[in-house]
Design a protein around this ligand. Structure first.
Ligand SMILES: Nc1ncnc2c1ncn2[C@@H]1O[C@H](COP(=O)(O)OP(=O)(O)OP(=O)(O)O)[C@@H](O)[C@H]1O
Length: 256
């Protein structure tokens, strides 16, 4: 599935947060949104997954008008892992992942054998099968994050939105989560903070500053030391990692 966002404007409490953003995600591509704290990444993603109503603009998922479609019809196709996932009520890990099946079911339809198999496969994928009966609220931040990815996987989405999916995760699980997402081979739009991970995993990057896109394209073309200085106000050097052959970044904290 592809996503097309055109001329999106979002205003919150009288302040324009997202300013005329247009972007595109092709089917099967992993597209990253990077930019400093408070630049509007989450607000942009929340408008795409229908939590915030944009003031102007359009959002189409495979030709379907997201703004005019019911949440259920969109969430049959779109999985979301949001940034803040605290819950007031406690559920087991299994019950939370089972919630991923909801958009595919009728009201009052009970969970069937296939749902159980899908949920178990999703838990296995994120290494949490043995956590099925644990209470969600007792999990660590990283474990919660992996449960929520499992819920999105159980949804069997054809498009994924991730808001800082590697938050709370140690390096093993940062790499694991991004590799799992990549292996799903569905269109993905993800806000990311770690520029090296973004360079490694993303096919295309959009760079946001103060609610506007200031650069976009393949990571090795977009991520330059001039851009990092301009957007993040820090000096760095870009080089080719001699082990992986990928783009690597050395930050110069002395420049602050
Ligand atoms: N309901 C609101 N009313 C007013 N301003 C808001 C509201 N929600 C968010 N903002 C502001 O909008 C701006 C963008 O916030 P957003 O969470 O989209 O940024 P972000 O790029 O995701 O940041 P971070 O990297 O820190 O998660 C921030 O300055 C934030 O304070």
């Amino acid at each position: 599935m592809n996503l097309q966002v055109d001329h999106l404007h979002v205003t919150l409490s009288g302040t324009q947060i997202v300013k005329d953003i247009s972007l595109h995600v092709d089917n099967g591509r992993f597209v990253g949104i990077i930019g400093p704290n408070g630049c509007g990444k989450s607000t942009l993603l929340k408008s795409i997954y229908k939590v915030i109503k944009p003031k102007r603009g359009s959002i189409f998922l495979d030709g379907r008008d997201v703004l005019k479609s019911s949440p259920k019809s969109i969430f049959k196709k779109m999985g979301v892992v949001g940034q803040f996932n605290d819950m007031s009520f406690d559920f087991t890990v299994h019950a939370i992942v089972m919630m991923g099946r909801t958009p595919h079911k009728h009201i009052m339809e009970s969970d069937n054998k296939e749902d159980y198999e899908i949920v178990n496969a999703a838990l296995k994928k994120v290494d949490l099968l043995t956590y099925a009966d644990r209470s969600y609220l007792t999990l660590s931040g990283g474990e919660k994050q992996r449960v929520l990815l499992a819920r999105a996987i159980a949804q069997q989405p054809q498009f994924l939105i991730l808001d800082e999916p590697t938050n709370h995760l140690d390096i093993k699980y940062q790499l694991q989560i991004l590799s799992i997402v990549k292996s799903l081979k569905v269109g993905t739009l993800a806000a990311l903070h770690d520029l090296s991970l973004a360079a490694t995993y993303c096919d295309i990057l959009y760079v946001v500053r103060s609610g506007e896109i200031v650069a976009s394209g393949e990571p090795n073309k977009v991520l330059t030391k001039e851009l990092v200085k301009d957007v993040y106000e820090i000096d760095c050097e870009m080089y080719t990692n001699p082990v992986t052959g990928g783009l690597a970044i050395a930050y110069m904290p002395g420049s602050l």
